[in-house]
Design a binder for this molecule. Structure first.
Ligand code: PBE
Length: 304
């Protein structure tokens, strides 16, 4: 009995210590030497990222290498869905968080009070374009497909409208894309201008596993099928997407983010792919934080 009491007491004291330790980091904000909130410590020097195969993950590793303010930081790589869940939790509790963010995406429609951190070293670059790629030989072998893919271009608002509606309604992005084609026949008319109908020509579109590319691939697939093509869309890791165009396994892709996000992949394969140029202007990537965090630049973070 006596022993049990003793153990109870020890557990009691331990509990108090543990509670005090947790309470300390929960209630009080970490502060730096100037007495200002040290967000870096609060987020445990961790950037919340997405899939390891994404270009933005590669770029973020480069940012950690490059910035003194990010020395000792790491990037947590899992999935876009997991990042969005962590973001939602942080915003609900007004806690600091640093994520890898990009446009087009619905994250800024859902959480308008977020900002890109300034990137004075230009690691994430400025404006990105989404370029269309074709395999060498597509132009000669399937000229109508080549012409249509080359003529396909739209803008951030179009793409985000599809992504946001899918997110809001829970419908598949591909389904919303089909409806978009129906509702925007004037735009579609520009892409199919001078393109003859075909009879079941097979087209392999290589895509990547994000809603932006589900939207563009979904729209192009529908437009091409209305012209008589038989289109298959395959979602691949970025590296494999580039490789499949370079080897000719796939005919085309709409998902090359340039000049920064997919730089390494592009440079590895540029001699073996045909770059048809931008199908969308005004994309962007970078480190993103909620507005309530009182910092503006990557340089306002602190090394570990
Ligand atoms: N993204 C969206 C991808 C491409 C599409 C910016 C997350 C990336 O490779 O980083």
């Amino acid at each position: 009995m006596k022993k049990a009491k003793h153990i109870g007491l020890i557990f009691g004291i331990l509990t108090i210590f543990i509670l005090a330790a947790c309470g300390g980091s929960d209630d009080d904000n970490a502060t730096d030497s100037n007495g200002e909130t040290d967000y870096s410590e609060e987020v445990d020097y961790t950037i919340i990222g997405i899939e390891p195969g994404a270009g933005i993950s590669v770029t973020t590793e480069a940012a950690i290498e490059e910035y003194d303010s990010l020395q000792g930081w790491s990037v947590e790589l899992s999935s876009t869905a997991a990042m969005m869940t962590e973001l939602r939790g942080a915003i609900e509790n007004e806690e600091p968080i640093v994520i890898t963010g990009w446009n087009p995406h619905w994250m800024f429609a859902e959480y308008p009070d977020m900002k890109y951190l300034d990137d004075p070293e230009g690691i994430y670059g400025g404006e990105e374009t989404l370029n269309s790629l074709a395999r060498i030989g597509l132009e000669e072998e399937k000229p109508e497909a080549y012409k249509l893919i080359d003529q396909f271009e739209w803008n951030v608002e179009d793409m985000e409208a599809i992504m946001y509606e899918a997110e809001e309604t829970g419908k598949e992005v591909e389904e919303v894309a089909v409806q978009w084609v129906e509702d925007n026949q004037d735009r579609v008319a520009e892409w199919v201008e001078g393109v003859e109908d075909v009879d079941g020509v097979e087209i392999e579109l290589a895509s990547t596993p994000w809603d932006s590319e589900r939207a563009s691939s979904g729209v192009l697939k529908e437009v091409m099928e209305q012209k008589g093509f038989n289109v298959t869309v395959t979602e691949l890791d970025v590296a494999i997407m580039f490789e499949s165009i370079a080897t000719g396994d796939a005919d085309a892709s709409l998902g090359a983010w340039l000049p920064i996000t997919h730089k390494d992949f592009y440079e590895a394969h540029q001699d073996n792919i045909v770059d048809l140029g931008p199908n969308l202007n005004g994309a962007k990537i970078g480190l993103v934080v909620p507005e309530y965090m009182d910092i503006d630049s990557i340089e306002d973070l602190n090394p570990r």
